[in-house]
Design a protein around this ligand. Sequence first.
Ligand SMILES: [Cu+2]
Length: 287
Amino acid sequence: MESFLAQYMPVDASEHGPHLDFLSALVHWLMLILFIGWGAYFIYALFRFRSSRNPRANYHGTTSHFSTYTEAGVAVIEVVLLLGFSIPAWSKWVTPPSSGAHPLEVRVVAEQFAWNIHYPGPDGVFGKAKVELISTSNPLGLDPTDPYGKDDVITLNQLHLEVNRPVLVHLSSKDVIHDFSLPVMRVKQDAIPGIDFPIHFTPVKLSPDPKSAARWEIACAQLCGLGHYRMRGQLFVETKEQLDAWLKSMAPQVEAAAAPAPATAPVTAPPPTVPLSSMPKTGTGGL
Ligand SMILES: [Cu+2]
C-alpha cells in the first residue's frame, strides 16, 4: 500500500516523513477493509432481506452479536492507530529540537502573495523588526539601528536549508491566514497574523539540481486571496558548504534592505517567483 500511495505523492525528503507515510498507508488499509466489508454487507442485506422473501416485517430484528463484535474490532484498530502511531508522531512534532541539536533557525513571514524568509546571519540572532518600518524595500521592517540585524539575510520565495540539520521555522503572517506547506518535507502549518508558530523538521535529502526541471516548492495551502495561486516559492536543500556560500553571497544585499531606502530602491531579493513590484501594498499589520 505504501509503495502504491508513493506513486501519487511527492518525494519524501524529511526525517519524520516515512513515519507519516506509513501511518497514512495503515489508515488507507483500514479504510479499504471497511469499504469492502461494509459494502459487501450492504449488498448481502439488500438481497437477504428483500421484500419477496420477507413479506412481513420482523419486529424482533437480528439477535446475532456479529455487528457488535465487528464494530468493537474496528474501534480497537482505531485506538491502536491513535495510541500506537498518531500520538507518538504528534509528540515528536510538538517537541522542538534542543539547542544542542544546533538547529538552523529561520523566520518565515507570509504575505499576500509571497513568502519572506529571514535568516539571522552569522551572529545567530534575528535583528529587531518593527511594523512601522515595513516598506517595499524592507518587507520585514528590520530596524537599521539594531546591530543584530546588520548581518541578517532576507530573501523572497527562496528557502535554503542544510541537509541532515534540524530546521526550526518561526512562522507568522503579515496580513491574512496563509498555510506554509512543504510537500516534500511532509510539513504543513497555518501562518496566522500575530502568532509565531515554531515548526521543526530535518531534511535528509538534497534537492534536485536547480538547473533541472524538478523543483521542490513552498506552497500556500490556504486560499488567501485572488493571487493565492501564485504564492509559491522554491525550497533548496544543500550541503553545509553550499548553504554557507549562498548566505555569504546574499549578505551584502541585506544591509541594503535594512538601511532606509529611497522610494525607487530596487527590490532586495533576487528575481523572485512573484516580482515584489507586482505585489499589492497590503499587509502592514502585526508580524
Ligand atoms: Cu497564502
